[in-house]
Design a protein around this ligand. Structure first.
Ligand code: ADE
Length: 237
């Protein structure tokens, strides 16, 4: 397969495990340390890849996927820390938009998150794919919300008021991760539709590291269930 319709990126094995176990695998391309799984998933041609943690790996893989497969859309899947107090572990945030919370050129007069000398601050998500995601339902009473995902090369934990008030204040974030905005930026530059689907694994607080390790293997599948609904919807169109 040289053209895949949808590319799915997760940072860690746990975040792509269910995609691989449900996929009808067609080919695995190994490039450098990455494995590009070309497959059919619920009737849709896909490429699933683990990019590794952080914005550089995420951007590298997003650009490689776009150059290689010219996808109809890129989906970022995985977990995130909750910033909004109404979110519980296992709830899912469908990115309405995203920004780099560690982009800070305020000393030059730019707002936090604004990439200097560009129009980029918040990257909006593809509406059609967001709608498909928001129409899904989850078991166990978990919510699916449309929200703002902030990304940075930092696992956010500790005392929210003391160290990261700007994430909910200035940047009005609902959830925080380490890849979404990087992939969104690459997709924006390449005019490729993008959506991020992130399940809450922790509250980005003093217990974040414990919750993350406890819940990651269990609840990453909530993102998968939503993307499954999206792919089924696409294959029926
Ligand atoms: N991904 C999941 N939880 C996170 C957190 N607290 N900070 C950054 N990325 C995360």
């Amino acid at each position: 397969m040289t053209r895949a319709r949808i590319c799915v990126i997760g940072a860690m094995d746990e975040e792509i495990a269910e995609f691989l176990s449900h996929a009808k695998m067609l080919n695995i391309v190994e490039r450098r340390s990455f494995r590009f799984h070309e497959a059919s998933l619920f009737g849709v041609p896909v490429v699933v890849v683990k990019c590794g943690v952080g914005k550089v790996f995420a951007a590298l893989i997003a650009q490689t996927l776009i150059d290689t497969y010219q996808p109809a859309a890129v989906i970022s899947t995985g977990v995130a820390g909750a910033l909004s107090k109404s979110l519980r572990i296992g709830d899912v945030v469908v990115g309405r938009d995203s920004a780099h919370h560690d982009m800070d050129a305020r000393a030059l007069g730019f707002m936090r998150g604004h990439i200097p000398y560009t129009d980029f601050r918040f990257f909006t998500t593809d509406e059609k794919f967001s709608e498909l995601a928001l129409a899904a339902r989850l078991d166990g009473g978990h919510k699916i919300v449309h929200g703002r995902i902030l990304s940075g090369d930092q696992f956010v934990s500790g005392d929210r008021e003391a160290t990261h008030g700007h994430l909910t204040g200035e940047l009005s974030g609902d959830a925080v991760d380490m890849e979404t905005a990087a992939i969104a930026q690459v997709c924006a530059v390449n005019e490729t539709p993008f959506v991020s689907i992130r399940t809450i694994s922790d509250h980005a607080d003093g217990s974040a590291h414990i919750d993350f390790n406890t819940f990651l293997p269990v609840i990453a599948s909530n993102s998968f269930h939503i993307i499954r609904k999206m792919l089924v919807g696409i294959s029926e169109q």
